[in-house]
Design a protein around this ligand. Sequence first.
Ligand SMILES: Cc1ncc(COP(=O)(O)O)c(C=O)c1O
Length: 381
Amino acid sequence: MENRRLVMIPGPTPVVRSIQAQMGRDTVAFGDPAFVKDFRNTLDSLKDLFGKCEEVFVIAGTGTLGMEAAVANTTKAGDNILIVSNGFFGDRFIDICERKGLHVDILQAEWGLAVTPEEIDKKLSEKHYAAVTVTHVDTATGTCAPAAEIGKVLAKYPDTMYILDGVCATGGIEENLETMNIDILFTGSQKAFGVAPGLTMLWASKAAMERRKSLGTIPEYYCDFEKWLPVMHDTSKYFATPAVNMVWALQESVRIIREEGIDARYARHIKNGRAMQTAFEALGFKVLADRSCRAVTLSNVIYPDGVNDAQFRAILAEEGVMVGGGLGPYAGKMFRMGHMGNIDIHDMVSAIAAVERAMFRSGMKVELGKGVGALMAELLK
Ligand SMILES: Cc1ncc(COP(=O)(O)O)c(C=O)c1O
C-alpha cells in the first residue's frame, strides 16, 4: 500500500480540510451578493492583521506578482533602489528592478547569513533611494532578515519605501506595518496562510499609497494599485476576475488565524521551528542558516558527506514526505522542509520519522528514534 503524501515543501504547505472545502464549493458569479459580502469580509479581516495599514489588496497571482507590484507602484525608471538579498529570492528583485530601468545597488549576504541593519544604514546614508527591498525569509537559504531592526533604520529615511517580501514569513513570523515602518508587505496564499497557490495578498502604508499617486500613470497594468483600489473599496466592482473559490479559502484561513490568535501563531512557529531544527541536528544534518538569523518557517538542511540527494528525496517521497531540493550552490547538497502554516504535531513527528526511515534505507548512519525523540523533547518543554 502506498503511504499518504505529506507535502512538507516550503510552500505550498498542507491545506486543511475546512480550507479545501471552500475551494471545492460551487463557483458563483463574482457579482453574487453573497460573494461580494465574503470578499468584503476577507479584506476587512486581513486589513489590520499586521498593524494598521492604509490599503490591503487581494489579487489572483503568486508571490512574484507581489514583488512586481511593490516595485511597480513605488518607483519609476531612473530611480535608485537598494536590494538587500540573503539568497535566491532576494536576487529575484534584481531582474525585476533592472527590467524596469531602475538603478540597482545590491547588498548581498553570503548564503546562510543576513545583511545587517548597519550595512543598510551605511548604504542609505550615501545616496537617496526611492525604495529598499528586503526578503524577510529567503526560502533558498532559510535565513531570516532582522525586519524590525531594518525598520528602525528606515525610519531615518522617510522618503525611502520599505518593501518587505513576506512570502515565506507572513502569518508565521511577526511583522507589523506600523511598528516596523513597513510601506509594502506582501505574501502568497500558499505559505504560512495554508491556502493552495493562487492569491497575492499585499498591504500598503499611507506613504506607499501617496507614492503611487505621485507617479501618475505607470507602465504596468495588471498590478497597478489604482486599477485595483476601486475593487478593494467596493467588492461588487470589476477590474479583473476575482479568484472566487480562492477568496473563500482565504476567508477560512484568516478565520483560523484569528481563532488561534496571531501572537499564539507566531509563538507556535518559533517552538515548532526550533524543535524541527533540533531534530535535524540530532540526526547529523547541518542547518544552513546561522543561528543568529535562522528562520522558523522552514529548515534548509545540508546532508552529511556522501549522500545522493535525488535518491534520498525519492526514498523520502516513498516514505510519504515531499521536501524541496537545494537551490543555487546548494543544489544536490541540501533539502528544504517547510514547517509553516497549519501543520500540527502529527505532521512534524511523521515528517521526522520518515526522514529517519529514508536515512536508514539509503544506508546512512542513523539511530532510529533519535530525531523523533529530540523533536518531542523540545515540543514538550
Ligand atoms: C521569499 C520568496 N519570495 C518570493 C517567492 C516567489 O513566490 P511565487 O513562487 O509564489 O511566485 C518565493 C517563492 O517561494 C519566496 O519564497
